[in-house]
Ligand binder design. Sequence first.
Ligand code: HEM
Length: 505
Amino acid sequence: RQLIVPHSKTAPPVVFHWIPIIGSAIEYGNDPMKFFVNCQAKYGNVFTFILLGRKVTVCLGAKGNNFILGGKSTVFNAEDAYTHLTTPVFGPDVVYDVPNEIFMEQKKFVKFGLSTDNFRAYVGMIEEEVEEFLSSDPAFSTYQMKETTEWGSFEAVKVLAEITILTASRTLQGTEVRENLNKSFAQIYTDLDGGFTPINFMFPNLPLESYRKRDRAQKQMSEFFAGFIKKRRTGGSGQHDHDMIAALLNQKYRSGKALKDHEIANIMIALLMAGQHTSSATGAWALLQLAERDDVADALYQEQVKHFGINGEPGKFRPLTYEDLRDLPVLDSVIRETLRVHPPIHSIMRAVRDDVPVPPTLAAPKSEGTYIVPKGHVVLASPFFAQMDPTVWKNANKWEPARWNDPEGVAMMALKEYTDEGGEKIDFGFGAVSKGTDSPYQPFGAGRHRCIGEQFAYLQLGTILSTFIRKMEFKIPTGVPEHNYHTMIVMPKTPRDIQYRRRHV
Ligand code: HEM
């Protein structure tokens, strides 16, 4: 007699685990990429693993990304997946605490503030902040001794974190934040950030001191913003014309309602959290890689000399402009390649609101039928996995910026073949990467939740890296560190000290 298998509704295979509830939390948490590679070998591109009681269905590769990131928000839902983490940090009535249509309007308001006009104003401000930092921070005391080219050293993540917040507050966040950075704001920020960890994601309601600090910090920061927003409303925006708050003050929902003060405040907090670790990690990884690769660092330096050098005088450069930044292929490829090999976000999640069939081209059971991702699961897309796929990228594990500038070169893969949803060839120019949900390169995500901070991040990182490379050479005797996956954002493991010396006395 033949067994009747209900193959029309087959759930994806479940990853073998010894301990119920905990499931594969340890393997996934320690090294998600290794875990995915092992699971792919055993189960194929679609499988479910248990993560502390949750059922997480992973869909690997560009097709998996397309399935999840191109899915409808009514079935693959971001707010259900993230709100318990983000709302206590950002505050109410913004981002994942509101229906998706409202958040989409809020994203549009922010895009309005990320204008070319504002970007033009930001480049000089960022350059100035970095120069001021280098000439005053104790980590650069050797650099500050102008008569020597001795080697000094700095901690990559610490320095980039400081520079990122200094430059983001000088530009997007506004003078009030910049002026308060070294005072009360720093502690509030630290407490709030302490509530944005994988523990908070996995366990939303623990009776921990850090959770109480997070909640207090959220109120304090929201009130801090709301306080000066109120002042600005009465006093006019004046000298604040280019920051995000000035842009948000003028925005109205389709309903005709203006943004309330606390909504502006909480959007600003969300932007701060979205941009801080992502950009600082990317900057740190880029410098760590440049310290290891003299050839790329030299090409980057020569590009600066060629575009900005003044009469061949050593160490003399004209200031950067936004237009210049858009036309520096080596710089662009360094950032681009850093985001391929070290994307800050390794897993993108959505909560499944309805049973969803998996396209057979992505994965299918050995028996007939299709896999169904059941309602109640979480789906996980990993752009990182596709970005390291050896069947797509030549020497996938190697950090090789040249691959982006050399379509025919040895290090290049078939990326030039990729087109976006509309069939247009993807423009790999400054700040315009991978718009398609099926691209194998998506460090900024794809689809309706795609990042809106990409161009700002390129501008910020481009200016920071240019300023560093103009002034210093680097080396890293300990080598480029491995990934630490225990933080929300993929960070370099310690030691992560970079040695530097002045290029010119
Ligand atoms: C969304 C990466 C910088 C604001 C995202 C997503 C990724 C990402 C992967 C998609 C998340 C998802 O689909 O669940 C990055 C990287 C950055 C960066 C790699 C820097 C190197 C920034 C900055 C800002 C920002 C500077 C703000 C100025 C946002 C916003 C979203 C987003 C508002 C939309 C979230 C949504 O629609 O659900 N980012 N980001 N990001 N990012 Fe970024």
